[in-house]
Design a protein. Structure first.
Ligand SMILES: [Zn+2]
Length: 170
C-alpha cells in the first residue's frame, strides 16, 4: 500500500513538472558542451542593458541544437542579436532564444516543428557581437497567455543548462 502511494506520488510529481517546465528537459544547445564553458552572466550589464542571457563561446560554424522539442516561432534579424531564432516548447509556455547566429540550417522556417538535438543554426557573431569572439547568446523567456515571441519574461537559463550538461554526462 505504502509503495503504491509512493509510486503514484512520484508519477503525479513527474507529470506536474513535465507539464509546467520544459526547462527541466533541456538538452545542451552545443554538442559536447562542458560545464567549464558555462558562466552565469544573467544579471550582468552588457552594452547598457541587463544581459538576461548566457553566452557560450564556440568557434564560428559550430552547430546550434534545439534544446527542447517544439515550434519555430520567429526567425528574426535584429540589430543587437543579429540572426536569431525564437523557439517555443511543445506547451507554448517557454520560448528559447538563440542569437548572433552565423546562419540557419537550410529549410528552417517559422512554424516548423523541431525536436531537441536538431541542428537549427550555426554559431557566429552577427549583430553586436565581437567578430573576434563568436558565441551563442542563449536566453529563455516565459511566454504570456498570448504567446507573443517579443513579449516574454526572461528566466535565467544557467541552472537549466548546468543540469542539461550533467544529464548528458551521467
Ligand atoms: Zn549575450
Amino acid at each position: 500500500m505504502r509503495l503504491s502511494i509512493g509510486i503514484a506520488g512520484l508519477f503525479v510529481g513527474f507529470l506536474a513538472l513535465g507539464a509546467t517546465s520544459s526547462i527541466l528537459e533541456m538538452t545542451p544547445p552545443i554538442g559536447g558542451l562542458a560545464l567549464a564553458s558555462l558562466r552565469d552572466s544573467f544579471r550582468e550589464v552588457h552594452n547598457g542593458h541587463l544581459h538576461e542571457a548566457i553566452d557560450i563561446l564556440e568557434p564560428r560554424g559550430t552547430p546550434v541544437l534545439a534544446v527542447v522539442s517544439g515550434t519555430i516561432l520567429k526567425l528574426f534579424l535584429s540589430k543587437p542579436g543579429g540572426k536569431t531564432i525564437y523557439q517555443a516548447d511543445e506547451m507554448g509556455v517557454y520560448c528559447y532564444y538563440y542569437a548572433h547566429l552565423d546562419g540557419y540550417i537550410s529549410g528552417l522556417r517559422e512554424g516548423a516543428r523541431v525536436r531537441h538535438g536538431d541542428v537549427i543554426g550555426f554559431v557566429g557573431s552577427t549583430g553586436n557581437a565581437d567578430p573576434r569572439s563568436p558565441h551563442l547568446h542563449f536566453a529563455i523567456f516565459e511566454l504570456g497567455p498570448d504567446r507573443l515571441w517579443w513579449k516574454g519574461t526572461a528566466v535565467n537559463p544557467y541552472p537549466g543548462l548546468v543540469a542539461a550538461v550533467k544529464r548528458v554526462k551521467s
